[in-house]
Design a protein around this ligand. Structure first.
Ligand code: ATP
Ligand SMILES: O=P(O)(O)O[C@@H]1O[C@H]([C@H](O)CO)[C@@H](O)[C@H](O)[C@@H]1O
Length: 161
């Protein structure tokens, strides 16, 4: 499968998810901006995937990111989606334009909802609907010292005479 074929609209994703569920494959969902992919992202996404059988990543569109993080994204949504889709342990990438992935999560109804542990379970968007549906909401420990912001700051410091 080509990585680009993992990037699906919600309409295209839902029957794929239904097929996985019919085969008793536990579907893991996470979401984020993933502007500059770094070790923390890779570590957490790989761990998230191994909490179940299939990993779906909800990716904020450029418009969504720019509302949440002024001055971002540094990489456009096409680039961010392809980079995520190129990861072996990512099974699907779906863009969402809202400020939160709630509608997306309500549609996908994953078996497991995951975020890094920079989020408390109660602060993870969609935790209620996933728990009400009998699913799990879990966090994965952060890899210390890695963030997109940190990368930007280091580049800026490097360029500053
Ligand atoms: N160092 C890290 N280790 C593990 N997971 C991380 C790390 N940094 C971010 N994540 C997780 O990656 C997902 C996407 O986060 P995000 O795109 O905001 O990354 P970020 O590097 O924190 O970006 P920013 O610096 O702009 O906030 C979130 O679920 C977050 O919990
Ligand atoms: O990359 P981020 O900033 O970790 O991703 C955000 O996560 C929010 C989270 O799901 C809140 O529980 C989400 O609401 C927001 O749209 C970004 O995806």
């Amino acid at each position: 499968m080509w990585s680009k074929d993992k990037i699906l609209t919600l309409e295209a994703l839902l029957p794929v998810v239904a097929g996985w569920k019919a085969e008793q494959q536990r579907v893991v969902f996470t979401n984020g901006c993933f502007d500059l992919l770094h070790l923390g992202h890779v570590d957490y996404l790989e761990k998230a995937r191994h909490l179940g059988h299939r990993l779906v990543v909800g990716l904020n569109t450029d418009a969504s990111v720019s509302c949440l993080k002024p001055g971002r994204p540094l990489q456009d949504e096409v680039s961010r989606a392809r980079v995520l889709a190129s990861l072996l342990f990512v099974d699907a990438v779906v863009l969402f334009n809202e400020q939160t992935p709630l509608t997306l999560i309500e549609a996908v109804l994953p078996d497991i909802l995951v975020k890094g542990d920079d989020y408390a379970i109660s602060g993870i968007v969609g935790h209620e609907v996933v728990l009400q549906n009998g699913g799990q909401v879990l966090t994965v420990p952060l890899v210390a010292g890695y963030s997109t912001t940190r990368i930007v700051e280091r580049i800026q410091a490097h360029l500053t005479p």
